[in-house]
Ligand binder design. Structure first.
Ligand SMILES: Cc1cc2nc3c(=O)[nH]c(=O)nc-3n(C[C@H](O)[C@H](O)[C@H](O)COP(=O)(O)OP(=O)(O)OC[C@H]3O[C@@H](n4cnc5c(N)ncnc54)[C@H](O)[C@@H]3O)c2cc1C
Length: 385
């Protein structure tokens, strides 16, 4: 009987095993995860769960649900090595032969060497359900929070901290970048944080813990806070694959279909897909789901479905930030819509004369307009409200 082993039981791994069964796959499925407990998804961790919703609300499926579709779910079992030639996985519990193995082991927070002392001193990271519960306790009990990193995660933490009533300090780079948005596309970020009371500092600062709390030097006066959260990016190096398959901080290199080697596939945050670097959905839940469905179809030999336009969103201070398509660093931003104060809120991304991406800050109409231009070769005209 054909055996598929899936490493990682979060959204990519769970979607993959469910997809296999929906497609009629009748072989054996083993689903491993290094963490114990039920499979869960991460988006609620930086949003409602930080604000007090029960961490169980992030559950994806329970053990009975997996058992009912014939999945051998093994929480707490970590993949330690892979033998690609012999199609075997080595886990903490022994050897696991496979016909197909799907790497869905995700990513982990980056902690650069110069910031490691912060984690040792108790700064918070946010990736797991346990991390979210610890940071939620900070939002309940402390009066101020310093967030290092102004990307999607750091910005979402700031948004939650402000709405929980904490004085919030954000240490960010002077050139804003959030998810797939950079340069002009990300320009509304810092003004948005400031408008909602976040104290944004963009000068370099050293952060340290002292008896009175946490201090950031730099600027005219030091910033002080009761707690620190660190959100400076993720690292998708799957160390357990080292020496067997090429892996970097961007993940495991695979082709445009998710194939890494014969019988080896990668999906979700760990998949460094050829050609996918500037997709706005890179390292998002929607990409993990789409890739898992696609690879499930490839494993069973089912025809592929049409791929959706890549999509990204986040909610910050009650504003929906959206993007679609691809936004390479070389893309020019063409303003598609401004708000009543004349500030650009929707953009088309134009690369080599063609509209390849769309982005909008709090403007559903502007986003629709920009997205409708995808593929156009006429340079979009600016539209005022
Ligand atoms: C706090 C937070 C909020 C987010 N919010 C959003 C959002 O609003 N919208 C959005 O689109 N995306 C969001 N994301 C990103 C999104 O959650 C990820 O893109 C998604 O989780 C990727 O899923 P994955 O299954 O590939 O990897 P992961 O979710 O990282 O899961 C990987 C799993 O593999 C397991 N694992 C790792 N190594 C091994 C091993 N050697 N053996 C066995 N198991 C292993 C891990 O324990 C983990 O459970 C958020 C991420 C975070 C952290």
């Amino acid at each position: 009987m054909t055996r598929v082993v899936v490493v990682g039981a979060s959204v990519a791994g769970v979607t993959l095993v469910q997809g296999l069964r929906e497609l009629g796959f009748a072989g054996e499925i083993v689903l491993l995860d290094a963490e114990s407990g039920r499979p869960y998804q991460r988006p609620p961790l930086s949003k409602e769960i930080l604000l007090g919703t029960s961490p169980e609300r992030a559950d994806l499926v329970d053990e009975a649900g997996l058992e009912s579709i014939g999945v051998d779910f093994r929480p707490g079992e970590t993949a330690e090595r892979i033998d690609v030639a012999d199609r075997r996985l080595l886990t903490a519990r022994g050897k696991l032969p496979y016909d197909h193995v799907v790497i869905a082991s995700g990513a982990a927070p980056t902690v650069p060497a110069e910031l490691r002392h912060l984690v040792d001193d108790g700064a918070h990271l946010l990736r797991t359900r346990r991390d979210a519960a610890a940071l939620a306790a900070v939002l309940r009990s402390e009066r101020s929070l310093m967030v290092i990193g102004g990307g999607v995660l750091g910005s979402e933490i700031c948004s939650a901290a402000v709405s929980a009533g904490l004085r919030t300090i954000l240490l960010a780079r002077p050139t804003p970048a959030i998810g797939p948005l950079h340069g002009v596309f990300a320009a509304p970020l810092i003004p948005l944080h400031r408008a909602h009371g976040v104290e944004v500092r963009t000068e370099p600062a050293r952060v340290d813990r002292s008896a009175g709390g946490w201090t950031a030097d730099g600027g005219d006066h030091p910033a002080l806070a009761d707690a620190v959260a660190l959100a400076v990016g993720v690292d998708a190096t799957a160390c357990w694959l080292a020496n067997a398959l090429p892996t970097t901080v961007d993940g495991v290199r695979c082709d445009t279909s998710g194939r890494v080697a014969p019988g080896v596939w990668a999906v979700g945050d760990v998949a460094d897909r050829a050609g996918g670097r500037y997709d706005v959905s890179r390292r998002t839940q929607s990409a993990a789901i789409a890739q898992a469905r696609e690879v499930a179809r490839r494993i069973v030999g089912a025809p592929q479905q049409r791929t959706a336009v890549p999509y990204f969103w986040t909610d910050l201070h009650g504003i929906r930030v959206q993007a679609a398509g691809r936004i390479p660093p070389s893309a020019e931003a063409h303003v598609v819509e401004r708000d009543d104060a004349g500030t650009p809120v929707a953009f088309a991304a134009v690369d080599r004369g063609r509209c390849v991406g769309a982005a909008a800050w709090g403007s559903a109409r502007g986003f629709r307009r920009a997205r409708a231009m995808l593929g156009d070769t006429t340079i979009p005209q600016e539209v005022s409200r």
